[in-house]
Ligand binder design. Structure first.
Ligand SMILES: [Zn+2]
Length: 83
């Protein structure tokens, strides 16, 4: 099952989200992001524990949130030609 992680889940004000088929790959993405975005050359143990705890299983199929908009079928009013 795919795994996902979001910085927000560990209390960071950051919109980064990563998803991967394997935990190893996900950790790699997180490490790269931590380095480039948060200046962490290495993720320390305390942070790593938080990251591990925040990793969730991602559903195989993406949830599609479809907003149903009620299409108004009202025909445009046609002005009658005055003679
Ligand atoms: Zn981040």
């Amino acid at each position: 099952m795919a795994k996902k992680f979001a910085c927000r889940d560990i209390g960071l004000e950051c919109d980064f989200e990563a998803e991967s088929e394997s935990r190893e790959e996900l950790m790699q993405k997180i490490a790269e992001h931590a380095k480039s975005a948060h200046g962490m050359e290495q993720i320390d143990e305390a942070t790593m524990a938080k990251v591990e705890a925040a990793i969730k299983d991602a559903p195989a199929e993406e949830e599609e949130e479809e907003e149903e908009e009620a299409a108004s079928a009202a025909a445009p009013e046609q002005a009658e030609d005055e003679q």
